[in-house]
Design a protein around this ligand. Structure first.
Ligand SMILES: [Fe+2]
Length: 593
């Protein structure tokens, strides 16, 4: 049975294909059309899904969309009536959404096929149920508490559920305008981070701040009756677009969230390129702390009603890896499953799996153990790309390649590492990664100056052999998708200085050999040379979606100052460098700016 899942006309549009209950392929449209956070129709992603399983759209029996504009309609109408200025906009948007619901026409147009050949049944699933489904049905559990939170989706910001067997029973919803995601976005905007997806930057800034604004932030968001409530005087009224607009070209744009109330309380907002002041850092600190407090409060409420050890966690706010890492100390939950695409691209998987398990009542479960659900490329395609780019390269045996790359990393080189199937979700997890030494004091500056050009306060992340996690980190719950931040043990902070954040934490990826043998063996080779079972891992890109194809990887390699590109079985250097160096078994160079 073939099910196509879609997230469309929403940020991070995506498609996933599920065959007999197993996710075979999943990809966000941005990786294919190179338009970051693209929010239109995922036509290329759908084609890639079908190509992977060798099917035509006429073979697909069900199409499931992680959005249902009829869900929570009474609440939407109630909100619109209370805000008369928004009614016209509300009606206009509803008309637009009706047009977008015509999945049959959209697919027949995108795939250039007569709609009479389409035989699928169509399903629309409420946004947050799709989020929870994306975590629960990918987990190894047959019962769990389900929790989803984000800015908004189908007029809801937070959902709590009991997940048991094939069913997800919704226990509670928090409706707009009350939204933890909106609070985060609002304060991000106020301190000058105004782009969709900037919340992760502010999470990285938070530990540089102090506890100056604790009381002020408590005024903005407060726990209430098992949920929470915003003081709306600090917010612009949400339009019927729920704070986010998708332009006709698929660009996702945020509406301004903060009101004059914020200026009265904190002074002038920061302009995006102005210097960051202590005020901004203190606001980031207070925001993160308040976010965590409310998150833990909600989880404790959920646990009272669903007293299981296991938590299936999803939604854009579940990318807050700092909160995820601390929840074990603040709630009774003992294990989490957070699917690698916890944000909105994950809706495609959630909608498809919900159709399979809950709607069609199919038994069995395929745990999603790794994130490698994207495209891969043949050796001949990679070789052609290298030849076309005019790069010097050498083909190597597996062990020789691993040894050489590990040696290069140990010597301070920055290596582009392109292998196998691309990751699903926002993190590079060892197949489309840039890797480097985690223990060189200048490595963060080297990476930023040469390639990434990121804000000075953002940390880089460690990939660690799963067997060594407890030796290096204070928590041992695995973090296979880089979605937990833990304290680094004091005696290991020097060895990991390039990935040790200001608060002595790291957003780790635990690497198990059975999930990615090549990447595991690379870290092992580095471990043998240096005694450190960790490498620095950052995404293979430069201010763009993560590279997908060999050509994009080579282009990124050539336009940045990476030292080495390891792509499939090939190792390449920049044009003009001495190709003989590729053959050297030991290269000792000190990397500089
Ligand atoms: Fe969402």
């Amino acid at each position: 049975m073939l099910i196509l899942g879609l997230n469309m006309f929403h940020a991070d549009a995506s498609a996933a294909i599920v065959l007999d209950g197993e996710v075979k392929f999943a990809i966000a449209e941005e990786r294919l059309n190179r338009h970051k956070h693209f929010g239109g129709f995922p036509a290329l992603a759908v084609k890639a899904c079908l190509d992977y399983v060798g099917a035509r759209i006429s073979d697909v029996e069900h199409v499931a969309v992680g959005q249902d504009s009829d869900a929570n309609l009474a609440k939407k109408v109630q909100y619109a009536l209370a805000n008369p200025a928004k009614i016209l906009n509300f009606i206009r948007l509803r008309h637009r959404k009706e047009a977008m619901r015509d999945v049959r026409s959209l697919l027949s147009k995108a795939l250039n096929i007569d709609s009479s050949q389409l035989r699928f049944q169509e399903h629309h699933l409420e946004h947050h149920i799709a989020h929870i489904a994306s975590a629960y049905y990918c987990s190894p559990w047959d019962k769990a508490a389900g929790f989803s939170y984000d800015g908004s989706g189908d007029f809801v910001s937070t959902m709590m559920a009991r997940c048991e067997g094939n069913e997800i029973e919704v226990l509670d919803r928090v409706f707009l305008p009350h939204s933890l995601g909106s609070v985060y976005t609002m304060i991000c905007e106020f301190i000058g981070y105004t782009q969709y997806g900037d919340e992760g930057k502010v999470m990285g800034l938070a530990p540089y701040g102090k506890e100056t604004y604790r009381d002020e932030i408590r005024r903005i968001v407060a726990e209430k009756n098992g949920g929470f409530e915003l003081d709306l005087s600090y917010f612009k009224p949400l339009g019927s677009n729920q704070g986010m607009q998708v332009l006709p070209d698929g660009t996702v744009r945020l509406a301004r969230h903060f009101s004059e109330g914020m200026e009265k309380l904190f002074g002038q907002p920061r302009s995006p390129h102005a210097e960051i002041t202590q005020r901004d850092m203190d606001l980031a600190f207070a925001l993160q702390q308040r976010f965590e407090d409310v998150f833990f409060y909600l989880l404790n409420q959920l646990h009272d009603r669903v007293p299981f050890d296991s938590l299936a966690l999803a939604g854009g706010c579940a990318l807050n890896s700092v909160g995820n890492g601390k929840l074990f100390d603040h709630t009774p939950f003992r294990c989490t499953y957070i699917q690698p695409a916890a944000g909105d691209e994950g809706l495609a998987i959630g909608a498809a799996l919900h159709t399979y398990h809950s709607v069609l009542q199919q038994p069995g479960r395929h745990e999603l153990k790794n994130s490698y659900l994207g495209p891969e490329f043949s050796e001949s395609r990679i070789r052609s790309a290298l030849l076309n780019a005019g790069l010097q390269y050498r083909q190597m045996e597996r062990n020789a390649l691993l040894d050489e790359v590990a040696e290069r990393i140990a010597a301070g080189d920055v290596v582009g590492w392109f292998q196998g199937r691309m990751e699903w979700g926002p993190r590079a997890l060892g197949n489309r990664s840039i890797v480097a030494h985690p223990g060189l004091p200048n490595m963060k500056d080297v990476l930023n100056a040469r390639i990434k050009h990121r804000e000075w306060f953002r940390p880089f992340a460690p990939s660690i052999l799963a067997d060594y996690q407890h030796e290096y980190f204070e928590h041992d719950h695995p973090s296979p998708f880089m979605l937990h931040v833990y304290k680094i043990r004091s005696e290991k902070r020097k060895a990991l200085c390039a990935v040790n954040h200001i608060d002595n934490t790291g957003r780790l990826q635990t690497v198990a050999r059975e999930e990615n043998p090549l990447y595991y063996d690379l870290i092992s080779a580095f471990h043998r040379k240096t005694g450190i079972p960790v490498i620095l891992n950052t995404s293979f890109n430069e201010n763009e979606p993560i590279v997908c194809t060999p050509e994009e990887a080579i282009d990124c390699f050539q336009r940045t100052r990476m030292d080495v590109l390891a792509i499939g079985p090939f190792m390449a250097l920049k044009a003009g460098e001495n190709a003989d160096m590729l053959a050297a078994s030991s290269v000792r160079r000190t990397s500089g700016l």
